[in-house]
Design a protein around this ligand. Sequence first.
Ligand code: SAM
Length: 661
Amino acid sequence: MGRRAKNKQPPPENLETKEYSKPRKRKADPADDRPRPAKKSKGKDTVTSKTKSKINTSKKGPRIRFEDENPDSSEGWEDVRDGAAIGDLDSLLGDSDDDLLRGPVQELDFGSDADEPAPLPSKKSKSKQGGTPPSEIVPTAGSSSSSPDSDWDEDERTTMANMEARSRAMDAQAAADAELDMQEFQAADADDDDEDADVDMDRPDDMNGDIDAEPFQLPTAEEREQEKITTPDVHVVQRRIRECVKVLGKFKRLAEKGRSRSEYVAQLIMDITSYYGYNEFLAEKLFHLFSVPEAIEFFEANEVPRPVTIRTNTLRSRRRDLAQALINRGVNLEPIGKWTNVGLQVFESTVPIGATPEYLAGHYMLQAASSFLPVIALAPQPNERVLDMASAPGGKTTHIAAMMQNTGVVFANDANKARTKSLTANVHRLGCRNVVVCSYDGREFPKVMGGFDRVLLDAPCSGTGVISKDASVKTNKSERDFTLLSHLQKQLILCAIDSVSPESKTGGYIVYSTCSVTVDENEAVVDYALRKRPNVHLVDTSLEFGTPGFTSFRGKVFAPSVALTRRFYPHVHNMDGFFVAKFKVEKRAKTKKPAEEAGTVEIVAEDGTVESQPQEDIGFDSEEDKPYLEEAKRRRMKAKGLRPPPRTKAPTVSATVKASA
Ligand SMILES: C[S@@+](CC[C@H](N)C(=O)[O-])C[C@H]1O[C@@H](n2cnc3c(N)ncnc32)[C@H](O)[C@@H]1O
């Protein structure tokens, strides 16, 4: 566990979006010289944030209007018209969300490595958060609620009456902030020749180490060895991260003579590993997803809890009524953003959000904002037949059921029987009468049943998007886990596709989502599905924001249409890291199967057993699947007491794939 991770975090930051462009450059600020070690903590997440901005989809900062909430209104997002979504936080942790939601607010533990709960700021407190937020939040809603320019008093309780005014004020503040950012950025560029200025302005947001006048030098091999056996000084590491980022940004000018770029990158990854507490493999994997300064923003954002959000269950309540009821109980909340008319962000509360009478009566689900997205993309329609293939504990299932206005049927499946208990409990609590709960391995579909109008595959994943909630991901994921997960996801997605009826009059769609940001679990899976199932193509997710998926990554090239998928990042959107892809299924062209696709295939099941499946069902006989098949064969031989042949140099697939959700 890195030094950072042991420290406490400030309260959740604002829900907002920004499209990452360039790192924000800051002028030197004496306040930034404060020592860093005790900055943030992953405390027990309490509903205490005083920040007021929202997740938003347009740079203009659309206002939230409760008037638009008429469930029959077709304005805005038709998908969310009647929706209500539940939190996904628990899905990753593998526990029932009931456990999470019961008990006082102070017990809402989204993090895991805190020794003590974060202090609960009083409503009157105007003190700043313990550390600079990892991301500059986009200019859509005011990120700085404490701004003297605000035309409303942040200590004033939010009411239905003042909510709109506050929203407007935030927008204005955000626009001003954006302007300021741009000016700073332009000034930084203009000062490009001034090296001293660069030192300060290039400093990543949250790296506040000492400023040393001495030129930066990479440690020698001896020093590196020494650091491996002693604990490195956190200030030294901080400064080195900052300096490496700076050098990598202006390599020709700032690099030491004779040193290569890869040496700086290697040092930076090593320092990220120790500073933030990741294993080296994961630190490197995540690092390469971003530009250098953005990577630091990502790692920083993972140290800060995401905002607490709830989804109105439109089967039981309307958002404005729910908001009023909670406000009356002492909850300070606001609509999340224009992109959803069922979401509310909770800033602070004097009552436990997971145990209010409204909660118990099923008027809302405590749910991460990112978890709304796949259901919005799925856009289930009344009277359809929908499969939620990996559904426990039911956040998205209940959202789907609500969007379908309790009509049609939602098959809520999960391979983990224990988890279906919390799924069933949520289905009951929220009054979903169109849900059938079942427990099959998703890979058994469509043999179990098929012909669905829509399928949601919210796949089991590594959870690299929700590290702020589960810091154990930093250290417990290995290369092998990613190989296994990616393989399981590929199997599941083909089964999801095959479960959809191309004949559907209203649908014929699949949404694939994960709460992970790795390419292996996202674009690679989507691309695989496109190659294996020529009868599907990607379509627009209809999500207003998000970063396009990678069409190429570190030597791998994906179909150009993969750009239609959407990525969501903590440091950009102030949401959990998430991925959403939407496919349309067309009728299959009748083609003869290639000879190589005949026979059966052995698949490693979740419990580690090896199953034989007719290969034509899912067709896992391609070159890339060979290692898995080989490994399955080895396991079977071992189980029979036979000596398996030596491994070829392929990835190993031998153990169980755990649902990481
Ligand atoms: C990300 S979670 C789902 C969260 C859920 N959609 C929600 O919104 O509450 C992934 C789920 O996949 C389930 N799972 C893992 N392997 C599976 C498989 N082979 N078939 C079906 N479900 C599986 C896990 O038990 C876990 O509940």
